[in-house]
Design a protein. Sequence first.
Length: 329
Amino acid sequence: MLLRSLPWLVSGAAAEAFAVHWLMTTTAGPSIEIFLLHAGGALLMAEGIRNSLPAGYQRPASGSIALLFLLLFLLPGIGLLGLALAVVPALYQATPKRGLHWQGLDLPTLPYQPLTPPDPDTLAMREGLSSVLSYSENPMLRQEAVLASRHLPRRQAVGLLRLGLADPIDDVRLMAYSMLSGIERDVDARIQLLTQHVEHNGDPYGHAAEALATLYWEYDYLALAQGSSAGFFLAHALRYIDQAIDHANQPHRQLLRGRIYLALKDHHGADAAFRQCAALGMDNDDLMPYLAEQAFMSRRFSMLHAQLARLRPTTQQHPMLHPLMEYWR
């Protein structure tokens, strides 16, 4: 950097020295030639000093040269000493602020903070998330209710997200759609992964077929698909569970087959599958709730009482079954 500035400084100093010598030896006083020679020397030294500055202060070139030229031209001698002894060393000692390449942002309140116990006085705790989504006039509360559904079982969460899809506010509606799409993408990705596994490795024991049947059945169970599309996924689930049963006829596979038939409203198929469950030794506590569900769906209420009565007393007190037992007694 010093080598680049040295020729400019030497040329400028020579021009200044010649101008001073001319001024001291002439008897006519200052002339336009001396004035121009001084200006040329100041300009050459300004370029030399600019080249000796730190890189960050050399741009813009025109502005730096203009400033240095004015100091050297208007303050002959003094300007050069001040620049050489004070300004240039000070600039090398300075630490200029660099432009920021990132911007710090505060964490949003949701969903990136750790979970905290819910406040019992909030509207969501008093009236439930579905009430907030249906009746709250505050869009922020409805948005928080949609986000809170992430921590619920998927079957409950999907129902709340469908309420969010009908929200008049775009932010709430788009958030619900994004979360619902995320659940669908997760199920679909698992189906694709299992399908590729079967294509490359086969399925000698039917475990992959059973898993595929469960995933396709989840489209209906979670209410991700409705109408004819639900029937499409259930048909795939039935095909895969039949493949699994062909490999090994096991009671839990027959139970899934019966639940698929129940979803298809095929009570004869469900009857056959549940009879197979009983024949294969499935415990009454595992089978009877589904037989009771089938009896209810086919409006055979007397059979519903009989099926529930076959549950063990401890099973009847289960938190999920106890309200049902109290209702049908």
